[in-house]
Design a protein around this ligand. Structure first.
Ligand code: PRP
Length: 177
């Protein structure tokens, strides 16, 4: 099988994930229990690696969202929740974990949704950010890499469900789509 060329190597990703874990450990040093909420599917590998590098007490939740189709694109919020957290988050320190922020719609929606559940704090963490694609500005409290507007795969990210488990972040050229 032809492999996509590397945008960020396994080592670059691993080193950056270690640094982000250290930043999170430092900021939440006094937190009793940090709630990490991963957004499926893309975040599952990043969250698994990040969580195992944390030394502070934490628990893991997953949620899933779905985008509306092109027909419904005029919808004010083109995202909806299709799987919720298992346990409540009111009064708790919460960190939303994404693999990538592209237009920003998903994270903007999730921030608004979870703010309504009265957490003690609500912050965001994403491995990748494509600022050229921003349609909704969202504060990114922990950010791995800013990348250009290219199609990225691997480390949780897919193209039509392919390449998700590549150990590095690849850049998918048009002839591989
Ligand atoms: C990706 C990613 C984010 C979202 C970001 O998910 O995991 O959740 O898109 O895009 P946005 O900033 O434009 O809202 P995707 O829809 O590819 O689903 P998947 O994670 O299940 O692959």
């Amino acid at each position: 099988m032809q492999l996509p060329p590397t945008l960020l190597s396994e080592e670059q990703v691993s080193n950056r994930v270690t640094q982000i874990a250290e930043e999170i450990d430092a900021l939440y040093a006094d937190t009793e229990m940090l709630v990490l909420i991963g957004v499926l599917k893309g975040s599952f590998i990043f969250l698994a690696d990040l969580a195992r590098k944390l030394t502070i007490p934490h628990r893991v939740e997953f949620i899933a969202v779905s985008s509306y189709g092109a027909k419904e694109s005029e919808h004010a919020d083109p995202v909806r929740l299709i799987m919720d957290v298992r346990h409540g988050i009111d009064g708790q320190d919460v960190l939303l974990v994404e693999d990538i922020v592209d237009t920003g719609h998903t994270l903007a929606y999730l921030k608004r949704l979870f703010e309504a559940h009265a957490p003690a704090s609500l912050r965001t963490c994403t491995l990748l950010h494509k600022p050229d694609r921003t349609e909704r500005e969202v504060d990114l409290d922990f950010l791995g890499f800013t990348i250009p507007d290219v199609w990225v795969v691997g480390y949780g990210l897919d193209y039509a469900e392919r390449h998700r488990t590549l150990p590095y972040i690849g850049q998918l050229p048009p002839d591989m789509r």
